[in-house]
Design a protein around this ligand. Sequence first.
Ligand code: TXA
Ligand code: MG
Length: 343
Amino acid sequence: METKIFLPEEIDAAAKLLLAGELVAFPTETVYGLGALATNEKAVKNVYAAKGRPSDNPLIVTVADETMMSKYARAVPKRAKKLLKKFWPGPLTILLEVKPGSLPEAVTGGLKTVAFRCPDNKLTHALITKLGYPIVGPSANTSTKPSPTTAQHVFHDLNGKIAGIIDGGPTKVGLESTIIDLSVATPIVLRPGAITPEELGAVLQEKVLINSGKVSEKDVPKAPGMKYRHYAPSAPVIIVDNLADFKAITYDNQTAVMALNPVLAEIDLPQANKFNLGDNLSDADHNLFAGLRYFDDQPKIKQIYVQGFNGSPATMAYMNRLEKAAAGYHYRGWSSLSGKIKN
Ligand code: TXA
Ligand code: MG
């Protein structure tokens, strides 16, 4: 079965498929999600199969609003209300205790918590409202590959495996939502995203912890982050932290570079081996996954050098994804992600 691409005005047809237990990918402001009715166990299991995702990696539940969420959460604590008021709809996912029996175990991977997200996308909001039920929404890529930021990326990975894709154009943000766990005593950010821990702390008026994602020392000898390689093209990705290093690298026609405009201009490689991340960090967030996918489709490329950014909280989400794609490998040596700095 060829996967059908739906135009924005065709969401009624997409809704019908979802109600019938089929899988339909949908746009959000971050990346495309793979939708299935969250209350339909069989459909949810098919999501894992289509992505090739391990069954112990739980799914986000995508809701239209707080009212819909409250049917599936054991309670909606004050902290959650504060954050929703400020950031929903938007790129923030919150973890709450699940209301027992309200969702199939396949959604939560058997955990006591469930991740809720309310995307800032009119089409998807209309779709979920029409359904009257939440949809699960993992990123609509093959497991371990970069998340999809266009309908074409989804088609590339999942054509023939899902019934449809709603094409809402390229996504705005480009990196997945911030995830904050509110089911524990002190809120903790499990995945950095466009909304920073500082912003969350300011609204909550309390300390917010950050999960470092560090690998313990004893894991280091195991191949550079096998466990952590993710968002990854087939060719190795190497992070380059400054212009001097970009200039020191030896390039050939099997080498690719992804960097901001001014950096690319200094590099002596044919256009075809370069991918322009744009003019600033927010462009780079937007373009990172598209660039990784661009070179993944070119078997002749054997190494991909990608510009790193360090320092400000705003760079956290970008570096988190890039460190995973590179399994912690920088031109100057392993990063703190793998527990060793050789710099
Ligand atoms: O921006 C996003 O969040 C996108 C769009 C499509 O909404 N979705 C997304 O889903 O990134 P996914 O499945 O690719 O990433 C969700 C992450 C996974 O790492 C999963 O392990 C974690 O959230 N997660 C989901 N439920 C969880 C739970 N109950 N406890 C801990 N982690 C959870
Ligand atoms: Mg994902």
